[in-house]
Ligand binder design. Structure first.
Ligand SMILES: *Cc1c(COP(=O)(O)O)cnc(C)c1O
Length: 337
């Protein structure tokens, strides 16, 4: 099967499994796992921030940022198609007692004046706005990159209003390699970032929350509260270290593969719209052929994600150029079938 539903389907290479088996470990709840400590130091350095914290999932990393910054009844501003708002089981409402104020965006970017107008003034009727959260790359916008000038403009607005700027950077390395600027530059005006090691970078598990000393100290305590205090998980951190070192340089190849598939889709007669950027391609087809398409792809050993008439293809580490050529052939054959 050629697995294109998500970049979370990558499996660890033999070298990664070896590194995991041989990792030096200790009890991380006691702060004594050397491999976890090394990973946390390295990630903080790459992002140019004081500290980072290894967390089981991106969902927990985002929640920890909110818990560490907000009090009950506060509000955070997000774009309305963000993962935090749509796909994290309303954890911010249920567990942090914080309200999300979603605003519509274009290609993942919320217009600055929308943000400005949404920041609450001091009034007995209003919650207090505490945070602005962006997503880079933006999954639902089809892997769109938020560029540095936009992030900096939002950061300036956040600073002026004493707000925390968080980035859900599950795929921020995809943004960084396509912009071609160092990570610490890209996020220099951002207060916290969550990044997944378990997506395009290729680790089997784990995400990081990056920020200053104070934020990470709070997040560490909340991680324990949520049951995320892990023991000898230097075994997982060893995979994370390898993903951090070798993952980013592979992403441009994924982007090239995604572009090839996106271009081939865009010329098919049954396509209504197609949008692709970095490693994510989203497309809509005529309603009548949705079922037929998914079945045809499966019959030809290609797995793609479908929600209604919306389809998603994600390229990743385990997809080769040969796979991409096969996929394009299946797409072309479907038009003839
Ligand atoms: C996958 C993802 C997350 C959450 O990561 P999990 O490890 O699956 O909890 C958060 N944000 C975005 C944009 C994602 O794609």
């Amino acid at each position: 099967m050629i697995e294109l539903r998500s970049d979370t389907f990558t499996v660890a290479t033999a070298e990664m499994r070896k590194a995991m088996a041989e990792a030096k470990v200790g009890d991380d709840v006691y702060g004594e796992d050397p491999t976890v400590n090394l990973l946390q130091q390295k990630v903080a350095k790459v992002f140019g921030k004081e500290k980072s914290l290894f967390v089981p999932t991106g969902t927990m990393g985002n929640l920890l940022a909110v818990l560490s910054v907000c009090d009950r009844g506060d509000e955070i501003i997000t774009e309305s198609n963000m993962h935090i708002f749509k796909y994290e089981v309303a954890n911010i409402a249920a567990l942090a007692s914080v309200q999300i104020h979603p605003l519509s965006g274009v290609d993942g970017k919320i217009p600055l004046d929308y943000i400005k107008n949404a920041i609450r003034e001091d009034n007995i009727h209003f919650p207090k706005t505490k945070m602005i959260a962006l997503e880079n790359t933006h999954n639902m916008a089809g892997g769109k990159v938020l560029d540095k000038p936009y992030i900096d403009a939002v950061a300036k607005l956040a600073k002026k209003n004493s707000l925390h700027l968080h980035i859900d950077g599950a795929r921020i390395f995809n943004a960084q390699v396509s912009l071609g600027i160092p990570m610490h530059k890209l996020v220099e005006n951002v207060d916290s970032v969550m990044v997944c090691l378990s997506k395009g970078l290729g680790a089997p598990v784990g995400s990081m929350l990056v920020g200053n000393d104070e934020l990470i100290a709070k997040a560490l305590k909340y991680r324990k509260m949520l049951g995320g205090g892990m023991r000898q998980w230097g075994h997982s951190a060893a995979a994370g270290l390898m993903a951090l070192k070798e993952g980013p340089e592979n992403l441009l190849k994924d982007h090239q593969h995604c572009k090839m598939i996106g271009e081939s889709l865009s010329i098919q007669p049954w396509i209504k719209s197609v949008d692709y950027s970095t490693n994510i391609c989203r497309f809509v087809v005529e309603k009548e052929i949705s079922n037929k398409l998914i079945r045809y792809m499966e019959d030809n050993k290609v797995k793609i994600q479908r929600t209604g008439n919306f389809f998603r293809i994600v390229t990743h580490l385990n997809i080769t150029k040969n796979d991409v050529e096969k996929v394009i052939k299946v797409i072309n054959d479907f038009s003839k079938a």
